[in-house]
Ligand binder design. Structure first.
Ligand code: ADP
Ligand code: MG
Length: 730
């Protein structure tokens, strides 16, 4: 197949015929949440006593009363039918990291030739999908199939519509095995959210700020990076279709050197796509707010306004789903992979996380006189302690074959978990360590030098792009999460380790000051406890350049773990420390945690194996045949030139070079194939083997192929090049 580099009709993007962007006469606020059933809209459709019971669960975190199911189901069904839904599904998040659904029709034949639409309370609250076909990490045997989904009333149901209008009511649920063990990502997330709340409430009680507060909410806002490539070109590459990333491809003459893409003007066709995706997300109640070009060519970002973490996680899954499906409607392929292109920036997901009371007070807001805000400083120190003590778990929570390309691979952010605090907080920690903090550094103002421009207020701290875990104003931004990952697991880990630290801190303060202390006595106890934490755990704080070699050396001196690859860090999930932690806070039993360890190992193995086999197939069936054609052309040229009696040492050299490179590529590919199929041993052993043998072997194949790509005539090269994918039509 001749690939279309030289053709003029490269792009097959078309404008969708259906109205997908917001029309001039429409307001986005009118669209917002029209396809969700939750919150006030749902409550309005229910009798007051049912509504009150449901609100107690949704807003106050009280147990769900099963007696309300039939009434809620009837209201939900009516609403869904009004919106054209024909089917419903329990929508859940198995350990695959994606979402799962099994649709049932509302339609119910009556046996007399007629049919009604039926949706009972029991169908709302419980489903029974086969549990053995989902990853279970040893919790279930293949013959032990029974699993349950159970309604999560705290996350709104929603309607997903295809571009042709088929509508399905999706009900967010958890997914557990017949034994009651969690087989999904939502169950432990919900448990971890409750753990944070319970421990944070203790801190509020100590400071007497718990009046009228029912629970502490973890809030979450996730910035999502992604690439867009032309779908027609993308689908010509098996690696993009099967693995979501390019396994081959020589560097284009222009990459991201000119830094002309970041925040550049958004191309019109991309903007149309974004507007169309945003419209759908508005309808689904996802409060998307920000869009912009990212650093790499073809790379973009979307970010919503933060929400409570459980809903934010569900909405994050919807963001990924809507981006991918809308991209196809616009003739794009949306690449969410952490590293779709070598030598070009990868994609991440910035996980903005905070805790606030249900009355709206952000516990991580330092406020003006931060040095007097002991409650904030207590929460801050608890997070510092958590990240230092459990850096291994945090690192493991974001580990995947995909994310190995970013973390530990000279790219943002590094694999060493450290915290950026900025000048103002660093200064207060210094003061606390020495005694009583007396002042809060101010940022002052920036004089812009022209009298017509206002002076700008300056933040007391700069930003730091290289930190994996940065304090950004009134929240922590965990930047090391992979762009294709579900954010449920990293947040479960984050919540659990912070819950533990809040527990330890609250207990220590209570012990020193007594439960009902206040005033100077309480302050003195708090200062003493925080001082101890700062002394012990401050080594995890680092405000400098996280990419630099100096930091790697300094981190090693400080004893901070630097786990460059998945193989290095997954063991953290299988330690006594981790088991005790997750079990103590009721987030995961030993077996449930072990299952997650096994599943993460298994996923790594499967992914690398698939990538390797894809690469072998592409080389054998596309790259090598193209190279042999190039070789034959060159050989013909040499033969023809020589038979014409003309000396052509140059062409002979070129031919020899191609022959040598082809032999190298063939040998490297053979060796890759053999090593991939030779995996053995237990899951952890396979992961190490793949990292040490197969991954480097894939790199050798790639190097050989990329070298040939620079020599083989463009009309013979069988797959779209980096330049085609990254720049075409831009
Ligand atoms: P950037 O990191 O690019 O500067 P923003 O400051 O706009 O981005 O914020 C990024 C994300 O952080 C947004 O989703 C925003 O809603 C979220 N965010 C802001 N405040 C909080 C908070 N208190 N808790 C959690 N997320 C928050
Ligand atoms: Mg950010």
């Amino acid at each position: 197949m001749n690939h279309p580099t030289n053709s003029t009709t490269m792009s097959h993007r078309t404008n969708p015929t259906t109205m997908t962007t917001i029309a001039h006469t429409e307001r986005s606020s009118d669209l917002y949440g029209t396809l969700t059933f939750g919150g006030d809209d749902m409550l309005k459709r229910l009798p007051p006593e049912i509504s009150m019971k449901l609100q107690a669960t949704m807003k106050l975190g009280k147990p769900l009363d099963p007696g309300i199911a039939n009434t809620v189901a009837a209201a939900m069904k009516d609403w869904a039918l009004e919106h054209g839904a024909t089917h419903y599904t329990h929508w859940f998040q198995p350990l695959t990291g994606t979402t799962a659904e099994k649709h049932d029709a509302f339609l119910h034949p009556m046996g007399d030739g007629t049919a009604i639409e039926k949706f009972s309370g029991s169908a709302l609250i419980q489903g029974e999908p086969d549990a053995s076909s989902f990853p279970h990490g040893g919790i279930r045997d293949t013959y032990e199939a029974r699993g349950y989904t159970a309604w999560d009333a705290t996350s709104p149901a929603f309607i997903l519509r295809t571009s042709e209008g088929h509508a399905t009511l999706c009900i967010p649920t958890v997914f557990v095995s017949w034994t009651g063990e969690a087989l999904d990502k939502k169950t432990p997330l919900l448990r971890s959210i409750e753990a944070v709340s319970a421990q944070a409430m203790r801190v509020l009680k100590l400071f007497g700020t718990d009046k009228g507060v029912n629970q502490v909410i973890t809030s979450l806002g996730c910035e999502q990076e992604y690439f867009l490539v032309d779908e027609t070109l993308g689908s010509e590459r098996l690696d993009l279709v099967v693995c979501g990333r390019t396994l081959l491809g020589a560097a284009p003459p222009k990459g991201q050197q000119l830094e002309d893409h970041y925040f550049g003007s958004i191309p019109a066709d991309v903007l149309d796509f974004m507007a169309s995706a945003e419209r759908k997300l508005f309808e689904l109640g996802v409060p998307v707010k920000t869009r912009h070009n990212e650093v790499a060519p073809g790379q973009y970002e979307i970010a919503p306004i933060y929400e409570n973490a459980n809903i934010a996680v569900d909405h994050q899954m919807l963001v990924m789903h809507v981006l991918r499906s809308t991209a196809r409607e616009h003739g794009f392929m949306c690449l969410m992979h952490e590293k779709p292109f070598a030598r070009v920036n990868g994609s991440g997901k910035h996980n903005n996380w905070s805790m606030s009371t249900d009355t709206g007070v952000n516990l991580l807001d330092p406020r003006d006189d931060t040095h007097t805000n002991m409650q904030f400083l207590t929460c801050l120190c608890a997070v510092i302690r958590a990240v230092d003590l459990h850096a291994d778990l945090l690192r493991a929570s974001i580990a995947s074959a995909h994310n190995d390309h970013r973390l530990g691979a000279n790219e943002a952010p590094p694999a060493i978990m450290s915290i950026y605090l900025g000048d103002m907080l660093t200064d207060i920690l210094d003061q606390l360590e020495k005694g009583t903090p007396k002042k809060t550094m101010k940022g002052g103002a920036i004089d812009l030098g022209a009298s017509t421009l206002m002076a700008l207020p300056r933040h007391a701290s700069d930003r730091n792009r290289t930190s994996p875990f940065a304090f950004t104003g009134n929240k922590f931004e965990f930047r090391a999460v992979g762009s294709s990952a579900s954010v449920a697991w990293p947040n479960t880990v984050l919540n659990t380790i912070v819950a533990e630290s809040l527990d330890v801190v609250a207990t220590a303060i209570e012990k020193k000051a007594g439960r009902n202390a206040s005033g100077a006595k309480l302050e003195a106890a708090v200062r003493e406890v925080l001082k101890g934490i700062i002394k012990e755990h401050r080594r995890v704080c680092f405000d400098g350049d996280g990419y630099s070699a100096e930091w790697h050396a300094e981190a090693a001196r400080r004893g901070l773990p630097n786990m460059a690859s998945t193989a290095d860090c997954l063991g953290a999930l299988d330690t006594k420390k981790a088991k005790a932690l997750f079990a103590h806070y009721g987030v995961l039993s030993h077996r449930e945690l072990h299952a997650r360890y096994e599943v993460q190992l298994e996923q790594y193995t499967k992914l690398i194996t698939i990538e390797s086999r894809t690469l072998v197939q592409m080389v054998n069936t596309q790259v090598l045949p193209a190279c042999l054609r190039a070789q034959a052309e060159l050989a013909d040229t040499v033969a023809a030139t020589q038979s014409a009696g003309v000396e052509c040492a140059d062409s002979e050299e070129a031919l020899k070079d191609v022959v040598r490179r082809v032999a190298e590529l063939r040998a490297a590919t053979k060796s890759l194939e053999t090593s991939t199929e030779a995996q053995k041993g237990d899951a952890a052993k396979k992961v190490r083997y793949l990292r040490d043998t197969v991954v480097p072997s894939m790199q050798r194949v790639r190097d050989a192929s990329d070298g040939l790509e620079r020599l083989v005539p463009a009309d013979l090269w069988p797959i779209p090049t980096y330049a085609d994918l990254l720049f075409l039509g831009r």
